[in-house]
Design a protein. Structure first.
Length: 93
């Protein structure tokens, strides 16, 4: 998402559906390999991590706050959407 500013200005390289789905599947594969539950404490975006850890370099990062292939997912739900998709993929592998 190089150049991402906000929902209206996603830059020249917005995430594609293929990229998103591949990432969700990868999360599922890693979680399964290491026997991890997919929860807000174990899988989070830089944005979520920065909110919870404001004294780190992740503070203020905006990745990932918007998923262009899924425009109905609001910023506050992006992490949950990713985790839910990863949980779904985990049941398929």
């Amino acid at each position: 998402m190089a150049g991402f500013v906000n929902r209206q200005n996603v830059g020249k390289y917005p995430l594609t559906k293929v990229q998103c789905e591949a990432a969700f599947k990868l999360i599922a594969e890693i979680a399964k390999k290491y026997n991890l539950d997919i929860t807000p404490q174990t899988v989070m975006t830089h944005y979520e991590f920065g909110l919870n850890n404001p004294k780190t370099t992740s503070a203020g990062k905006i990745d990932i706050v918007y998923l262009p292939p899924y425009p109905d997912v609001i910023q506050a739900e992006v992490g949950n959407y990713i985790r839910n998709k990863a949980r779904w993929y985990r049941t398929k592998i």
